[in-house]
Design a protein around this ligand. Sequence first.
Ligand code: SAM
Length: 435
Amino acid sequence: MAEAQEVHRAADQSSWPLHALAVSHTSQQLDLPLEETSGETVDAQTRELLLRVRRTPTDALPNATAPEHVIGVDDRELAQIVSEFNASMARMIRGDHPVSNVFQAPRKREVVRLTKKAGVKERNGGGKKIYHREAGWMTLEEAKANIAEWKRRARAQKADPTIRNANSQKVVLSLFDLTGAWARPWEEAGYQVYRFDIQDDPEVGDVNGFSTSFFIDWFADFEGMDIYAVLAACPCTDFSVSGNQWWGAKDADGRTVSSVNLVHQTLRLIEYIKPAVWAIENPVGRIEALGGLPPWRLAFDPYQLGDPYTKKTLIWGRFNADLPIAPVFPAEGSKMHKQYGGKSQATKNARSETPEGFSYGFFVANNAHDHPVMALANKFDRLDRALIEQAIELGIPHERIESSVEDPYYMDLDDEAANAAIAELIGESQAACCE
Ligand SMILES: C[S@@+](CC[C@H](N)C(=O)[O-])C[C@H]1O[C@@H](n2cnc3c(N)ncnc32)[C@H](O)[C@@H]1O
């Protein structure tokens, strides 16, 4: 375990908390399907999807080299896997008394398209996007200055002893993160960051290996830690619309199943942990339908955050999608395919590196210090958000709010009592200020 932590923990060992925090997850078995789903009727959308993905065995490539031919995977058909998983997700979300609302779909007003926020004009001309040079772009220098300010804000958190102490008690799990780009701002702000990528470590880095026993054996189940965020840049090659000519072959030979399994593993982890913030990144494609994700929350291109190229990207999850912007003219166009079109692992890695502007923008919009209401209301997501907001506005320390609700929330599942506990704190605070 110590060895694994050396590899995967970017933050300083000495800043680990010594006292226990609330355990924010249940003991559900991660290595089992979320629920049994046999006999579930599927909705029209799923049925249509299933028809689309179903392939006859004759579609299989004669010399398929899919990963499961090497390591072996569940041989149920892709359509059945998708159907079962999506149905169980839907049932969990619909449940009368859900233990958590971690997978709730974003409300309409929470969905953000950065292209709209940036207000720069793009239009389709003959099916092609036109970016007007005279629109309200920043210069590259101005955008760099913005990103430098976002970086400064992350680093300033670590420089402040009080914020550093609070951040050091929070964990960020960054999945499919070879470069560390998405996790970097969190590390710089003093969070405990663990990165997982199979290229880094074929054993501990393999998301397929996640299970409750995996986390107990390697990470002592993060006992006493507050897992604040799960970030996941899931492999996109079998989902991205830019590769749709290969979908038939990939569905037939099992590559799609392997990729879908990785998304399901990610969702199981999120269900197990129930972090305040989670985000799955992918280009436009079919990950939402096949993976069973709730509708996406954020759409952006890297040029809207200071990196001057286009790559339409969607983010699913629970987070604040209202990222700061630094729109620059996408002078490099779709540089990913022009400059890194090769098939080698190195060019694939270069192509999929998380853009820096996005990473820091995401941190600015989602870190716990700057967004205390979101952090607490997402953690205790069955409770009355307005009460939490009021308590924080009154300056009641979040540790006090947490300790007052933990028992009724986690042990008794008594949300009324937990809300009453917050109301009591508010009452006491108001009375104290008027004395
Ligand atoms: C789309 S790339 C994301 C890269 C990321 N944006 C970055 O900046 O490093 C997908 C990553 O998933 C990793 N990967 C593929 N299969 C994996 C697995 N089973 N477990 C963990 N990582 C895996 C790949 O090595 C690759 O780095």
